[in-house]
Design a protein around this ligand. Sequence first.
Ligand code: F3S
Length: 379
Amino acid sequence: MTLLEAGTPAERKAMQLLVALGTIYEADRLVPVSSVHVAGASYAIVGEAGRRFLMDFSATAQVRVRTTVNPLGMDTEAWQAMGISPDFAARQADIVEAYRRIGAEETWSCIPYQIGNRPGLGDHVAWAESSAVVFANSMLGARTNREGGPSALASAVIGLTPNYGLHLPIHREATVRVEVEPDIHGYEFSVLGHHLGREIMRGVPFLEGIEGSEDAWKTFGAALATSSDIDMFHVKGLTPEWESANAEGRPTLRVRQEDLDRAREDLVTSDTYGVVAFGCPQLSPRELAEIAGLMGDHPPRVPVWVFTSRAAADQAAEAVRQIEEHGGRVWTDTCPEVMPWPEEGDVGTSSAKAAVYLPKLCRQRVFLGPPEELLEGGA
Ligand code: F3S
């Protein structure tokens, strides 16, 4: 008897989904995964249908592998200060309870790789959340397709994923070389990601002539995956699989300063803003310390909201204290695009991913710029 016939209702449903996916994508088998990252935890995103599904599913499900979960629609402790209604909070709490019941870790974070769920080179995983997927494939050399919420949840319960796409070495090879002419710093990594995504759309870019920190590549990947179907990139001399990327002879795309200027201009929908939101992806402990330092040097003129995970905030408690001393507010467990904004407005952000989603999902116009400029400007 297989799980298709003999499992609990949730296990049977999960196995059916994985087998169906494997059939569609002509996977030769299901492979074991060492971890799962699930998206679809914010009540603002999944709504009533998602809440009911998770409550029902969790009644007969238990995770078989380490499972972390994407941000919720609110800070679990400070939701009232965020202006969240008691009704929303109660429905969100049902979703929290469903994930708790199946044994998922209550991370509520899109940066699992910076708070302990950090797979190694060659590990098969099943991750949802495009920014985490592109980081896992590119920076860690782990192997995952861009899972949807349901397929990642199914892998959590079964411990397997269909072996196709980026699980296979052939699909991890470079498809286009990218030469970046200007010196790129800070938030420009995010703008570069947005530009390359729009230009390339799919495949695996191989970048040369550019250096950046882990956090810079994190923001680059998040923006790249937002404006395209790209789930992996290589950086010459940096990422773990660049030497086996087979980049020789691939077509070359050159990036000039005017390309980045245009990409930024296309994302700006407001000249001013009433609030600054940092943290898309959620900030790492190191980024929290950077923002704390910047706020000391550039006292903000408008409210500053900083989004991170509870684990990162705990690790960077002194930075959190400094941010709040400078008048900022640090929210955990949630993010600027999956929380319910009460009304239309204008937001300053340094994230190209946020600049794409805030207008689409949250009725917010956006000013995109470097953090120090955001702190000095505003309404
Ligand atoms: Fe993370 Fe939310 Fe941005 S999940 S990548 S902070 S849209």
